[in-house]
Design a protein around this ligand. Structure first.
Ligand code: HEM
Length: 508
């Protein structure tokens, strides 16, 4: 049932991805950078919020007027900052929610990744608490509604000795001290959110916390445009606790659950939100992911070069004193953090098919597909090629199925992640003359299932990252296509284009 649900959402994302890739290109596709965009919106909220704070009057009687001053008198900067603060907060909720749904749909939340998922759950509470707290400070009619409704909701829990709703019984009850507490909370909760965001990415190497520059500039321009065209305004005048609020427009990004309080009891909403939080928290174990075999280090072949340590996307590798060679280091795999991508094997200098020893053993290897097996499979695949132009395709298990494009001129091998492919294999395949070209494919750029496989592959081939592909390998005999799942048509077309270009330059 869960898998059915997951596949359905995945399909929608794949369709949206294809559209966004066409419009924005893979490097600017916002769906590939939802976590980074959430960080970006957070910083926009901080900067705009700091500006608002300079002019904000921190008393219940003057708060509303100070916000009105910013909105109308100082509309060109204060008003824009207020709107930017509001719209960046809305965008934050959108990207955060899509990020959650995407990680779920792409099955990137279980096994070794449980930590990122579970630490993501409190972010939801902190994000909503920050946003809702912000609405209170305007102290207009919407703020009054939120304050009263939230207080009644919170009072259902036996936390405070005196009910919180007492503060909102009438104008006379609302003290400046209580209002200052609200302001303190609106600063403290986002700070807690920032701390929680930092914890959230602790088990990820080189977490992407900045969107691409073009996307960042484009998004900022879009938010500024909306801010100018539709400035954020207060609702219904200043709050007056002596008069009940009757009509209000809700912000659906943050206040989605408030209408439920009109029809349900406070306890009912606590039960719903508590239940959802619980289900989300235990989701990575519903049912537990089947653990794939993890990377294994062979001390005799590990020279402590640190490449696997640098390339592992999940901080599963540490370096320790070598168990056999004094003065050297040795890679050590933390089994519980290893996501079984094999990127480490692709980075090991010992993973070269040119090694003449029969029992090719890498310094770090994957039990489910050892480098020596990859060499053997490569040889077998090449033997199947009978056409004049012979192409060997290396693909990845999480992108379009490469096996589906095989024919007499095209043989294909699928790896757990394309980052597992040592670049020396390209040299090997082409030097033997058994293939006219090598076609490499995998997940879309910026959206690798194992986070970094396609990026590291690009960099290794471009000579920017060890192990680099030797300069002697003719780049015209290599073609790369980063694409998502279910892109068989595009893959087939690009392989055919490659075949034509290889033939044109005489590689047959
Ligand atoms: C404040 C909101 C959030 C921010 C700013 C945020 C940010 C990020 C960032 C920057 C990454 C690393 C992306 C990369 O470099 O691959 C990440 C990964 C992740 N996030 Fe979030 N996140 C947020 C909320 C959530 C929520 C609510 C969940 C789910 C409950 C979640 C689940 C995950 C998971 C599972 C990963 C790991 C993905 C992987 O291993 O490939 N995040 N997040």
């Amino acid at each position: 049932m869960l898998t059915f649900f997951q596949h359905g959402i995945r399909r929608l994302f794949d369709l949206a991805d294809a559209g966004f890739n066409r419009v924005f290109g893979q490097t600017c596709n916002p769906l590939h950078q939802l976590g980074a965009l959430s960080f970006y919106f957070f910083w926009l909220i901080v900067v705009s919020g700091l500006y608002l704070y300079i002019f904000f009057e921190t008393s219940a009687t003057a708060a509303y007027e100070s916000v009105e001053y910013l909105t109308h008198e100082q509309w060109y900067l204060g008003g824009v900052m207020r709107s930017l603060h509001r719209y960046a907060s809305d965008a934050f909720v959108v990207t955060m929610t899509l990020h959650l749904i995407r990680e779920f749909a792409f099955n990137r939340y279980r096994g070794a990744r449980w930590f990122s998922w579970v630490t993501g759950v409190p972010l939801l509470w902190l994000a909503f608490a920050s946003g809702i707290g912000g609405y209170w400070l305007v102290w207009d009619k919407l703020a009054q509604y939120i304050a009263v409704t939230t207080a009644e909701w919170v009072d259902w829990l036996p936390i405070f000795t005196k009910p919180m709703a007492r503060n909102f019984l009438s104008q006379a009850y609302l003290s400046d001290r209580f209002f200052s507490l609200l302001i303190f909370l609106h600063i403290a909760i986002p700070l807690m959110l920032l701390l929680a965001m930092w914890i959230h990415i602790q088990r990820i190497t080189l977490a992407r916390t900045n969107p691409s520059r073009t996307l960042a500039i484009g998004t900022l321009c879009a938010l500024l445009a909306v801010s100018l065209v539709r400035p954020a305004l207060s609702q219904g005048g200043a709050a007056n606790l002596d008069i009940a609020v009757s009509v209000i427009n809700l912000d659906w990004f943050y206040l989605l659950t408030y209408p439920l309080l009109e029809v349900w009891s406070a306890g009912g909403l606590w039960l719903l939100l508590g239940g959802l939080t619980l289900v989300l928290t235990i989701l990575p174990w519903l049912p537990p992911a089947k653990k794939a075999p993890v990377a294994v280090v062979d001390p005799d072949n590990c020279n402590g070069c640190r490449r696997c340590f640098a390339d592992c996307p999940f901080e599963a590798i540490t370096m320790q004193a070598h168990s056999k060679r004094p003065g050297f280091e040795e890679a050590v795999v933390n089994q519980s953090l290893c996501a079984s991508c094999g990127i480490c094997a692709g980075s090991c200098p010992a993973s070269t098919p040119f090694r003449s020893i029969e029992d090719l053993v890498s310094g770090i290897d994957m039990p489910q597909l050892k480098i020596k097996e990859l060499r053997l499979k490569t040889k077998v695949a090449l033997e199947q090629l009978t056409d004049d132009v012979r192409i060997l395709v290396y693909g990845c298990d999480h992108a379009t199925d490469v096996k589906a494009v095989q024919n007499s001129g095209v043989a294909a091998l699928s790896l757990p992640c394309i980052g597992m492919l040592p670049p020396s294999f390209l040299d090997y395949v082409l030097q033997e003359g058994s293939a006219s070209g090598v076609f490499i494919t995998g997940c879309a750029g910026g959206d690798c299932y194992f986070r970094r496989g396609n990026t590291w592959t690009d960099q290794r081939i471009d000579g920017q990252r060890e192990p680099v592909l030797r300069a002697r390998v003719a780049r015209e005999q290599i073609r790369i296509l980063w694409t998502g799942l279910l892109q068989k048509k595009e893959l087939t077309k690009k392989i055919e284009d490659f075949r034509v270009s290889l033939k044109a330059v005489g590689h047959d």
